[in-house]
Design a binder for this molecule. Sequence first.
Ligand code: GLC
Length: 428
Amino acid sequence: MRRAMPGIAVLTAALMLAAGLAGCTASGAAPDGTATAGDGIGPITFAIGKDNSSWLPSIISGWNQGHPDQKVTLLLLPEAANDQLAQLVANLQAKSDLYDVIDMDVIWTAEFASNGWIIPLPQGQFPLGDFLKPAVDTAMYQGRLYAVPDYSNADLLYYRKDILAKAGKQPPRTWAQLQQLAKTVAPKYGLYGYAGTFAQYEGLTVNFASAVQSAGGSILSPEGTRVTVNSAPALQGLQFLVDGFQQGWIPPVALTYEEESAQDAFADGRFLFLDNWPDVYAALSKQDSPVYGKFGVTALPGPAGMGSSSLGGANLAISSYSQHQRTALDFIKYLTDLPNERQMLETGSFPPVWTQLYTDKSLIRSHPYLPVLEQAINSARPRPAITNYDQASLAISSAVYQALTQQKKPQQALTEMAGQLTQIIRDG
Ligand code: GLC
């Protein structure tokens, strides 16, 4: 357990008075009924997935310089969302105070809030009206704010604009165009066709969900109470991916790809197309990248025009077991303020949650895909906000993987997935 720092009690009392917080109960409801964090002040640990943290070091040192008694230590979690979840859950179930602020994937809010692992936050203290609405919605559980949107996400299509120009082609707007270019143009220039995060984990659920939605289908009803995946549009979406592997325009190596390996393969110049998150833009835009100046970014294609992305992203939550919740709250305010969100976009190309940054002229000059990204986020579909989402996602990614590796026919995979999801929802 962490020790309180000397002098903290005095400091706490002084700060509470200064902030007009005297009289609040610790970690619960303030006298006026609004949620509030506890009043502990001191050093904190911020846990975040390692591949989502590139923009943080200078922002954290800015905080640490101004807050010598409330220093933030970065704790890097594994790359894959499922592995991050396993580590977080193990600690939270043990009521460990190891994490104070958690960068929580948008899909975990219901599970963390319903288990009491994170505290409700004082909604009125954040400029939520200035944030992207879909991102704010992912931070709510049963009408209360449990986390503050940190960055949003919608998967986009990266393409080699130099190769398409040589071939006299435009970026694809439909699946048929993408398939044709991946099959014919890519091999002519010594490239593979198309990659996404097709390893068996959350990234595969994301790719499958995007394909199903792009064909007009869904996996569950919006409230997560009904299974809708055993349908013609879902089959069309799955078939699109299965065809890629069967016809060879998605190579088998893509079955091992998570975010970073997929990004590296495209960055090394091995693929014509890549479905991935917007932060890939920062990596490809480094002057020493082999594809520097040679790639473009656009919306995902669908069967008959623009497709539909999966809504990703992360929200900042405070652990119920944190001893320094007041510092955690102040740090979250700092991290999500306008200048730091702007810096997050500029250095890491993570999609900010402040709406106004998407129409900022100088940012559009440096990140020309911003209007496309804003549209993709606003039309993206969230993954179901159910408390046992992780179980549902494992059932989805495992069935999809079996179809992609031809162990099951697409229809059989969907039927089995639907059966398992029905049971998971019933038990949840
Ligand atoms: C990104 C997204 C997150 C998603 C994960 C899947 O980190 O922001 O929402 O679950 O990728 O791999």
